[in-house]
Design a protein around this ligand. Structure first.
Ligand code: PMP
Length: 377
């Protein structure tokens, strides 16, 4: 028996995703740029996937550019955004709790001489939309603010901030890394007021190695890679038809059941939270309101994250010690949220998915109880 509860790191591909990928490798294996019908069949799979993904967040299919994942989408948005819009205006506004695939390209631009303002959570752990808006001025060409934080599940006030920014400075480009929000926290592309939205397939039962950047109407981005001119010149390189087709399949499969998935996640999240809160020495680091129900961050007093993680692993329970993307590093994000070192050192990220069962939640709770009793501190 295994209880996989590390779904913010990655998820198990759905049967429909695997089938779509296999079909694209065995039946429609052509190069979508080829003019003959083997190529045309492959191109049709991409067109269908583009439509399904667009329908999921209510945007136009032509606004979807396929990439190798959210890391590439974020780099394209930020570095491409600077190439396109950052010639005269030289300032970027972002937050201190972004994923490294946003934070690092912005650090790179800062080294090149751009001015960067990073908004931190306030004392209650909230990022204030007003703080973001106030930091934007006529010299700001881009604002980048994630929708859901990957370590705590905190939902940022993207819509409120971006709406106000667009009202005051319409030329300022808005970008949101929606990787932990897509098919988890319902949103529509236009409602967010984001010119650029990054998403990834493998967080929602697609396959690793594919994502998309969604551009609003009128947003023109210069590419950061050059080659055969695929994806309207924005992302050269032969499209990974199998992965793209699998991405389309999960969008198709899960779009209509999103409200149900959210309701299930809420129920499980609140069950785990209640059970764990009753135990001595457990602090819950994710709030109840304004957080994604798919992520729950906790700290187990006096037990280092890695020790608890491996203890749970020995019981067939899989969680994460913070974010899987920053292996071995202490979480700077949890520090930004105001957690003290002890709580950060003992933080565990539990992340659920559409495939999480009640048995998984009980295995987790029992595993933590046993861990507290068996691990010497
Ligand atoms: N942004 C966020 C918020 C994430 O959680 C992740 C994945 N950990 C990424 C970006 C990177 O996504 P990908 O693995 O598709 O490059």
């Amino acid at each position: 028996m295994k209880a996989y509860l590390d779904n913010a790191a990655t998820t198990k591909p759905s049967d429909a995703a695997v089938k779509a990928a296999v079909d694209a490798m065995t039946v429609c294996f052509g190069n979508p740029s080829s003019l003959h019908n083997v190529g045309v069949e492959a191109e049709k799979l991409i067109t269908a996937a583009r439509k399904s993904i667009a329908a999921t967040i209510a945007c136009a299919p032509e606004s979807v550019t396929f990439t190798s994942g959210a890391t590439e989408s974020n780099n394209m948005a930020i570095l491409g955004g600077a190439r396109t819009y950052g010639k005269r205006r030289r300032k970027i506004v972002t937050t201190t709790i972004e994923h490294p695939s946003v934070a690092e390209p912005i650090n790179h631009l800062e080294e090149q001489g751009y001015e960067v303002v990073r908004i931190a959570p306030d004392r209650d752990g909230n990022i204030s939309a007003e703080d973001i808006v106030a930091a934007v001025d006529a010299n700001t060409f881009m604002v980048s603010c994630m929708l859901v934080n990957n370590e705590t599940g905190y939902i940022l006030p993207v819509k409120r901030a971006f709406m106000a920014i667009k009202r005051n400075f319409p030329e300022c480009i808005t970008h949101s890394d929606c990787t932990q929000g897509f098919l988890k926290v319902p949103f529509k592309a236009t409602d967010l007021c984001a010119d650029m939205i990054s998403i990834s397939a493998h967080k929602v039962h697609g396959v690793k190695g594919v994502g998309a950047l969604i551009l609003s109407k009128g947003t023109r981005l210069l590419p950061i890679t050059f080659g055969g001119g695929q994806e309207k010149g924005l992302r050269s390189g032969t499209e990974s038809v199998p992965l793209i087709s699998a991405f389309g399949a999960v969008a198709e499969e899960f779009r209509t059941t999103l409200p149900q998935a959210v309701a299930n996640a809420e129920e499980m999240n609140s069950y785990i939270r209640k059970k764990l809160s009753k135990l001595e020495g457990i602090s819950v680091n994710s709030g109840e309101e304004g957080f994604s129900p798919f992520i729950l961050n906790i700290s187990v007093d006096g037990i280092r994250s890695e020790i608890m993680l491996h203890f749970l692993e020995s019981r067939g329970v899989y969680v994460s010690s913070g974010s899987a993307c920053s292996v071995g590093k202490k979480s700077t994000v949890l520090k930004e949220f105001g957690l003290d070192d002890k709580r950060i050192d003992s933080a565990i990220r539990i992340s659920i998915s559409r495939y999480t069962t009640w048995k998984d939640t009980d295995m987790l709770i029992n595993g933590i109880i046993d861990g507290q009793q068996s691990i010497s501190r």
